[in-house]
Design a binder for this molecule. Structure first.
Ligand SMILES: [Zn+2]
Ligand SMILES: [Zn+2]
Ligand SMILES: [Zn+2]
Ligand SMILES: [Zn+2]
Length: 539
């Protein structure tokens, strides 16, 4: 491979367009994130056309699968034995690696892929056109080629125990049904012995083996009565890829892109193939490529600061962009950390911090989904400029500060909800509305439905009350983030408080039923259970 001198420079026709695309990307990154759009400019850029040599090389490997089947068959090439088959497989692989036509076929499998084989590292490419079977036959070792085996049921004895008397030779006397008596007298058939000789085997206890029809032999199960077995070794040659590129010929940030994304670059249109050629040197299989791509330095002016990065490829990817957003939102994140520790005006601090779009996006996502999904969401929105550590921090702080500001309101909501449930249940059991409804039911058996429904309804009411009061607190802190007319968009997480609500919704009706029991208006099933418990306790 020839070494391309570095730095290499050549005119680039679309440099302006690449730079403008990059500027648009960076402006989008900072929209709402602390730098005014008009203050983001390109300070300087120096992008040139680079070329690089690379190669994808193949190592042929045999994958061999063995199978066998009964009978004397031929599949693929006939060989003498397993050793012979292994020799043939080895020979086939060696021949494939040295035959010019086969080598050209293998290389074209590589080059015809959508990625043209560029950048493939340690991938296994099946070479189906080289698949081949090798088969040989051996006399069956189970039956020694006789195709027959002793009958499995009678072990060759040709007889099996009588099925009627289980081999005893005697059967129950059918006349006296084994009582020995007939109308008070000794049975005339068995003379009081209760058993008579078996009429199927004439007392011998044995009968003709039904499995082998009394021949004592059957078809050998190993070879299906063929006397032979056929063994097949199926060879599926594979090519394992190795990718090499001339890293020293290109600047380090560009080499890093090849290191991490090489197989996707051609299909994504980020690099172009100038030329490719099948490598036909002795003992080498594969393809050589010469690729070209734009690369260079770009300096962005962010207000008074300057940020250096690189542009790679025909799509204008920005690489090596520093974590500028981390620094930009640092003070706001510190305030959030205070808020999470309940220092100062929590809602006010959230409101202030969420003026940064990236933090606001974290809060909106965290209010709807898990921390993990919020982190992934942020990393997708900000694939440059924001570190993973900062995305994690934002997601965790959004969660903890939101639950901090809704903690008290959620307990208010719980109390409010339980009070409403108590009033509803009191009217239901003590007025008593329930007894009137129950009188319309066809059967007392389905009565319990009338007591389960208020429990479910009660749990729902407390949950709604908790979410209602909590959403008030969230609106106060995050309302400015929501588009107008969509203020009810956030459904706050109720947290563990919801379990208290559900517990209350079950316990309050039970209390009301107990109170109703003293007026004898409690549900029938409750009276039954109550009496049972009282009797058990009372002894
Ligand atoms: Zn056999
Ligand atoms: Zn038998
Ligand atoms: Zn009898
Ligand atoms: Zn018998």
């Amino acid at each position: 491979m020839t070494q391309t001198p570095y730095p290499q420079s050549a005119a680039l026709s679309n440099e302006q367009q690449l730079v403008q695309n990059a500027l648009a990307r960076v402006r989008a990154l900072f929209r709402g994130n602390g730098v005014k759009q008009e203050n983001i400019q390109i300070a300087s850029h120096r992008i040139s056309r680079h070329t690089m040599n690379a190669g994808t090389y193949l190592e042929l490997k045999p994958a061999v699968a063995e199978k066998n089947m009964p009978g004397k068959l031929v599949s693929g090439q006939q060989v003498q034995s397993r050793e012979d088959a292994m020799r043939q497989i080895e020979g086939t692989m060696v021949a494939a690696a040295s035959n010019a036509t086969v080598k050209a076929q293998i290389t074209s499998v590589l080059l015809q892929r959508p990625d043209q084989g560029f950048g493939l590292s340690k991938q296994v490419i099946p070479l189906d056109f080289l698949k081949k079977d090798f088969s040989w036959q051996e006399g069956c070792s189970t039956c020694h080629g006789t195709a027959q085996a002793p009958c499995q049921r009678c072990q060759g004895k040709r007889t099996e125990p009588c099925t009627k008397c289980s081999g005893r030779g005697l059967m129950i006397c059918p006349t006296c049904r084994a009582t020995g008596l007939l109308q008070g007298q000794k049975c005339s058939r068995c003379f009081g012995q209760r058993y008579v000789p078996c009429d199927l085997c004439q007392r011998s206890g044995m009968m003709r083996c039904r499995v082998c029809n009394a021949t004592g032999t059957m078809k050998c199960p190993t070879c299906a009565g063929q006397g032979w077995k056929t063994y097949v070794l199926s060879l599926s040659p594979q090519a394992v890829t190795y990718f090499e590129y001339d890293a020293k010929a290109v600047p380090k940030p560009a080499a890093d892109v090849f290191e991490t994304q090489a197989p996707t670059l051609i299909q994504a249109g980020k690099i172009k193939v100038l030329g490719r050629i099948a490598d036909d040197k002795e003992n080498v299989l594969g393809a050589n490529y010469e690729v070209e791509f734009p690369f260079g330095e770009v300096v962005f002016a962010l207000g008074k600061k300057e940020v250096k990065a690189s542009i790679f490829g025909f799509k204008g990817d920005i690489v090596g962009f520093p974590y500028v957003l981390d620094k930009m939102i640092g003070p706001a994140v510190e305030e959030l950390e205070e808020a999470a520790n309940d220092v100062g005006n929590v809602a006010g601090k959230i409101k202030k911090a969420t003026r940064y779009r990236v933090i606001a996006q974290g809060f909106l996502s965290a209010s709807r989904t898990s921390t993990k999904k919020t982190i992934a969401h942020l990393m997708k929105l900000y694939d440059i400029g924001l570190s993973l550590g900062m995305a994690e921090k934002i997601a965790l702080l959004a969660d903890s500060t939101t639950s901090r500001i809704t903690r008290k309101p959620r307990y208010y909501g719980l109390v409010l909800g339980l009070a409403a449930v108590a009033a509803m249940d009191a009217a239901y059991y003590l007025l008593p509305a329930r007894s009137k409804i129950a009188s319309y039911l066809p059967s007392v058996k389905f009565d319990f439905v009338l007591d389960i429904l208020p429990m479910l309804l009660g749990g729902f009411i407390t949950l709604m009350a908790i979410q209602f009061t909590a959403s008030g607190a969230i609106r106060k802190a995050l309302g400015h983030l929501m588009p107008k007319g969509q203020k009810s968009g956030i459904v706050p997480k109720a947290g563990s408080v919801a379990w208290w609500g559900h517990a209350g919704a079950v316990l309050i009706p039970l209390g009301m039923m107990e109170a109703a029991a003293s007026y004898s208006t409690a549900p029938y099933w409750y009276e039954l259970a109550r009496n049972f418990v009282l009797q058990t306790i009372g002894g």
